[in-house]
Design a protein around this ligand. Structure first.
Ligand SMILES: NC(=O)c1ccc[n+]([C@@H]2O[C@H](COP(=O)([O-])OP(=O)(O)OC[C@H]3O[C@@H](n4cnc5c(N)ncnc54)[C@H](OP(=O)(O)O)[C@@H]3O)[C@@H](O)[C@H]2O)c1
Length: 425
């Protein structure tokens, strides 16, 4: 049987699960993958106490990167500092890499892949997007014969859990977040999940594979779920939608737009049914239409499963190396891509106010497909009434501009909110 000698750096949630899997049940990978994976060395800054197995452990992680007896360095420490140094040093020493580090790949992917190519080694990063759900494999292998037109994904389990709680149990955002933290589904500092950074990083990685763009997280537009209120969820439900945090990428000609925002998804679409902390990715290709991938997007065991799948692939020779002369498409942050929109406005309870709002939409050439007044104007004690407008398709730029114009109207009493409506066509 083939043998693969690996070094594991970082023994936290994921690193611990990789070591546990390969040490406790190696026969599964041996019989399914036809390779004997041997952990030659572990890099753990806490030393032996962090590794409950009889393995060679060093507190100097660079030693792993330089160890001549190692074929693959598995980087599971996270971040862009030491992780990057370790990977570069390993590549220069002729080692293949497997990593779960979306922050690093989405920011420095191009230079790392260039370096790997120059040194004739491979980088596996299946675990960096959607954890145990093999979406990278789907894009670079299963769908290789197709032109991807768009993808739409629920790529952050924490935000999906929070939105599910708000939808199913009428929880407030704060209560749902607290529950996610108690269950270990959200970090003590959940900022990167809640503000959309994590999903945007993953979306930029998907874009590189789906649309042949650079790994360019900076060019992804994104927003978080903090602005979603129970009222929005209720109104969405009444209109036949769920609210999901959707990472969306599409290509028109050579222009690629990638973004991640809370989005209305029609209840008749699969993505709207993805609850709790689960992830899902819908990939629409020109000739075959949609395929959908669903599963656990994080957690030690699912993520370790993806790491080990990459190790098996590397033992089989890895992935094709693309020619340098294939022109890359660029990511455009200010995209032309249009979406229908949900606008939520609080309009003064006075004669003619709603008519003025409608005229502004007409003036800006934005069609109104539905306008629903959520409370009766008959009650003259109410100073303002909530109004929901579903507009025709407009770009993000136009939607933000329209919100600004509405905000400056004296008939509007609260900051206007707008969300995209996902159109799976
Ligand atoms: N957790 C998930 O569900 C999940 C899912 C997908 C991808 N990922 C990615 O997987 C990677 C690891 O995540 P994780 O959840 O396993 O993180 P974690 O539990 O925080 O583990 C990180 C490990 O790296 C070590 N480490 C961090 N900085 C170090 C440094 N400067 N020097 C030496 N050791 C250092 C930590 O050591 P100490 O124990 O001494 O602090 C710890 O052992 C990250 O890139 C993450 O984005 C995680």
């Amino acid at each position: 049987m083939k043998a693969l000698k690996i070094g594991v750096c970082g023994v936290g949630n994921v690193g611990g699960a990789v070591i546990e899997n390969l040490t406790s049940s190696p026969q599964i990978v041996e019989s399914n993958g036809g390779v004997k994976i041997e952990i030659t060395q572990v890099g753990a800054r806490k030393g032996k106490s962090a590794v409950p197995f009889d393995l060679d452990v060093t507190t100097n992680l660079l030693e792993v990167a330089q160890n001549p007896n190692i074929d693959v360095l598995v980087e599971l420490i996270g971040g862009c500092d030491l992780a990057k140094d370790l990977i570069e040093e390993s590549i220069k020493n002729g080692k293949n890499i497997v990593t779960a580090n979306k922050a690093l790949i989405s920011t420095h992917g191009d230079e790392l892949f260039d370096l790997a190519k120059k040194n004739g080694v491979q980088i596996g990063f299946e675990a960096s997007v959607a954890g145990g759900t093999p979406v990278i494999k789907a894009l670079r292998e299963g769908l290789v014969a197709n032109k991807v037109k768009w993808f739409a994904g629920i790529l952050n389990g924490t935000t999906n859990y929070i939105l599910s709680k708000m939808t199913d149990e009428n929880s407030s955002f704060e209560d749902a977040l607290k529950q996610a933290q108690e269950l270990g589904l959200a970090e003590a500092d959940p900022t990167m999940d809640v503000d959309g950074t994590d999903a945007a990083q993953k979306a930029s990685i998907l874009s590189a594979l789906a649309f042949n763009t650079p790994f360019d997280f900076k060019s992804v537009a994104y927003g978080g779920i903090e602005s979603v209120t129970p009222d929005d969820i209720l109104y969405a439900d009444q209109l036949g939608y769920s609210i999901k945090h959707i990472a969306y990428g599409s290509i028109e000609g050579e222009e690629v737009n990638v973004s991640a925002y809370p989005t209305f998804v029609s209840k008749d679409q699969l993505l709207s049914q993805v609850g709790q902390q689960m992830n899902a990715l819908e990939i629409f290709c020109e000739d075959i239409g949609s395929t959908v991938y669903y599963g656990p997007g994080a957690g030690p065991k699912p993520t370790a499963s993806a790491v080990i799948a990459d190790l098996v692939d590397i033992s089989n020779g890895g992935w094709p190396v693309l020619e340098d002369d294939i022109k890359k498409n660029t990511l455009c942050k200010e995209g032309k891509k249009t979406f229908s929109r949900y606008f939520k406005l609080d309009v003064k309870n006075e004669a003619g106010a709603i008519a003025k709002v409608s005229s502004l939409f007409a003036h800006e050439n934005i069609s109104i497909e539905a306008l629903v007044q959520k409370e009766s104007k008959q009650n003259s004690d109410i100073p303002s009434v909530p109004v929901v407008i579903i507009s025709g398709p407009i770009s993000d730029t136009n939607a933000f501009q329209m919100s600004g114009n509405l905000d400056s109207m004296e008939e509007i009493t609260n900051s206007v909110k707008q969300f995209r409506i996902h159109n799976a066509l």
